[in-house]
Write a protein that binds this ligand. Structure first.
Ligand code: IP8
Length: 254
């Protein structure tokens, strides 16, 4: 395992999913402060699109295969807008952060991330720069274009860089079995847990908790554990980055 930490902050944490292009500015500020306060080295941040991508992609039918069009660029631009704002807040808190737009460095095949340039990411980490990825619309070898979730990016980059820690900050307490948070999920339990999981109640073109867990289970099969927790709760991003594990759900890969 390397020292690389991958942290995803969900779009529901940073934006109001009930209104298009609506920020949760106070939350963005808090999360940026929490991340900066720990000062973790070799950190990669990924964020979701929230109301800066999902409702627009749904309106333009971008969740079904189709050719690249002007709407594709609209979606890319709107999620880039959220990325710029989040980056600005991280920078205001003293972090050396740069945007990494998946459209420019990844390719998918029928919606699955097939290829991502990572040499620049390794060099950024070596130079103490924090790359900030986001869910995006990218070029697809078969379909023309596809929506790429932040969760696919997390799983791919964590695998490529053999990440030591992977955190998924959502707006729920972890992976739930009814009303109870599951503390740990082992590989033997993946099949059973998949049956419990649903999509999202908000407009979500990438499938909500069910597809998030799917990505993380696949990552666990590669031997990499991950930690799903509630980033909307004050202090939990700090706790994750500080190495605490007694909250949320650990998906065990070892
Ligand atoms: O919010 C979705 O990324 P996610 C990306 O991480 C777009 O699922 C453009 C809707």
């Amino acid at each position: 395992m390397s020292e690389v930490t991958v942290l995803k902050i969900g779009g529901s944490v940073l934006t109001d999913r009930s209104k298009e292009r609506t920020l949760k500015l106070r939350e963005i500020n808090r999360i940026a402060k929490e991340i900066a306060s720990v000062g973790v080295r070799d950190l990669i941040i990924v964020h979701g699109a929230g109301s800066f991508g999902h409702p627009q992609a749904k309106r333009f039918d971008l969740d079904v295969p189709g050719k690249c069009s002007y709407e594709t660029i609209i979606i890319h631009n709107v999620v880039k807008e959220l990325n710029r704002i989040f980056i600005e807040k991280l920078a205001e808190n003293g972090m050396l952060v740069v945007p990494v737009h998946p459209l420019n460095c990844t390719i998918s095949r029928e919606g699955r991330l097939e290829n991502m340039m990572t040499d620049q990411i390794r060099l950024m980490l070596k130079n103490d720069i924090v790359p900030v990825f986001h869910g995006d619309v990218i070029m697809d070898r078969i379909w023309g274009r596809a929506i790429l979730s932040g969760d696919q990016i997390v799983a791919h980059i964590a695998k490529c860089l053999n990440a030591g820690r992977v955190g998924i900050g959502t707006n729920v307490d972890g992976i739930m079995d009814g009303k109870k948070v599951m503390d740990v999920i082992t590989p033997e339990e993946f099949c059973g847990v998949k049956k419990l999981l649903k999509g999202s109640k908000d407009v979500d073109v990438t499938g909500g908790m069910a597809s998030k867990a799917n990505e993380l289970f696949k990552l666990a099969e590669e031997g990499i554990s991950s930690h799903v927790f509630n980033a909307s709760k004050k202090g939990l991003v700090i706790n994750f980055l500080s190495g605490e594990r007694n909250f949320g759900t650990i998906i065990r890969g070892d």
